[in-house]
Design a protein around this ligand. Structure first.
Ligand code: TYC
Length: 118
């Protein structure tokens, strides 16, 4: 128990009366907001899928304009692969399934995959 004036005036908290002489320490913790992991959807090049088909896929399943679709398709054609969008796991999974199913039904070997973002 502190009794002298200078000690009482120090900027430490005083113990509540009747306590066991403990001092409460308030630790500030930063609230951590959890954001879900995101997944890149990748389109892969091949030698057989027609360019117009890939452009159509990009417009239809990724909601890009015709000129953006041509640009992305040409990037894949030249570089071998391109990220066509970043989505939550479930959305990415759905996009991949939609593209793969549409390509298969049209007998094109177009490949679409997903990859976790770092
Ligand atoms: N390389 C194909 C061709 O020359 C076109 C193509 C582009 C195929 C993009 C797949 O993801 C792809 N017909």
């Amino acid at each position: 128990m502190r009794t002298d004036l200078w000690t009482m005036m120090a900027d430490e908290p005083t113990d509540p009366p009747g306590g066991e002489g403990e001092t409460n320490v308030i630790t500030k913790t930063k609230p951590k907001t959890q954001r879900p992991p995101m997944y890149k959807v990748l389109l892969l090049n091949d030698d057989y899928t027609p360019m117009e088909f890939v452009v159509h896929v990009l417009e239809r399943f990724f909601g890009v304009s015709h000129s953006q679709a041509v640009e992305i398709m040409l990037t894949v054609h030249k570089k071998g692969v391109a990220v066509v969008g970043v989505f939550s796991y479930e959305i990415a999974e759905t996009k991949v399934a939609q593209v793969m199913d549409f390509a298969r039904r049209n007998q094109h070997p177009l490949q679409c995959t997903m990859e976790k973002e770092d």
